[in-house]
Design a binder for this molecule. Structure first.
Ligand SMILES: Nc1ncnc2c1ncn2[C@@H]1O[C@H](COP(=O)(O)OP(=O)(O)OP(=O)(O)O)[C@@H](O)[C@H]1O
Ligand SMILES: [Mg+2]
Length: 223
């Protein structure tokens, strides 16, 4: 079976002034469709960096990232933007909600950009599960951190992306809301055969995954 995403000998070295920080040091891994991956490891071990490179948000210093055997680094800008918009969903710690759009407009944005229709029942299911159905006319500045986070999660799910990249998506939520979000992820992942790649510090969440990837000092280690 062809992997959905593959990284080969991946290195990321951040250079600021004279300081070089190796964040990833030779990572090889294959991600298959229809699976839930949890990425765990200490703070600073390279988890977010790996997610950024996989999602085409940043470029490696060395090595390659492949999406269905196409090298992301060789794609044209327009091709990469389209891939990110149509096949990937991102839930990062900085929610990047647009302040001038209300909650519903923010959530619908990825679909609207491609003039894609989304079933009303699907939108309602997401809103209800995330508990933001009565917030849809509010603006991001009028929301709590957890509500902004849940709005960003809804936006990432709206296009039923092939891959969901989530970096500590429940970090700002209480345990119970966090659990609801993970349950929603798992349910949608099974229903739509999505791939989830989720960074977490929470071992209870990691246990929900099919595969746990443990990163240490920029390398994948076997447990
Ligand atoms: N833009 C940057 N410039 C320079 N160094 C960076 C940059 N981003 C990350 N780093 C460094 O790269 C290393 C890996 O960072 P990364 O953000 O991937 O860690 P992480 O595993 O996600 O940590 P956390 O659990 O705290 O989010 C760290 O040493 C970090 O300081
Ligand atoms: Mg991080």
């Amino acid at each position: 079976m062809e992997p959905l995403l593959k990284v080969v000998d991946l290195y990321k070295i951040y250079s600021n002034d004279q300081v070089k920080t190796p964040a990833l040091r030779g990572v090889n891994f294959e991600f298959f469709s229809d699976r839930f991956y949890a990425v765990i490891g200490k703070s600073g071990s390279g988890k977010s960096t790996l997610l950024h490179l996989l999602g085409g948000m940043d470029v490696p210093t060395k090595g390659q990232v492949f999406y269905r055997s196409k090298e992301i680094g060789k794609m044209k800008d327009a091709q990469l933007s389209k891939l990110k918009r149509q096949k990937f969903g991102f839930v990062f710690q900085a929610y990047n909600l647009l302040p001038e759009l209300c909650v519903l407009e923010n959530i619908m944005l990825p679909a609207d950009l491609d003039k894609r229709k989304v079933k009303k029942e699907y939108v309602e299911e997401i809103l209800n599960t995330l508990g933001i159905q009565d917030k849809i006319r509010k603006y991001p500045s009028q929301l709590s951190g957890g509500e902004q986070q849940r709005t960003a999660i809804a936006r990432a799910l709206i296009n039923q992306p092939e891959v969901i990249f989530a970096d500590e998506p429940t970090g700002n939520l209480d345990w119970e809301s966090g659990k609801d979000v993970i349950d929603l992820f798992v349910k949608l992942q099974k229903q739509f055969h999505q791939t989830i790649i989720l960074v977490t510090h929470d071992m209870d969440i990691a246990r929900c995954a099919d595969t746990v990837i443990h990163i240490q000092d920029g390398m994948i280690v076997q447990d």
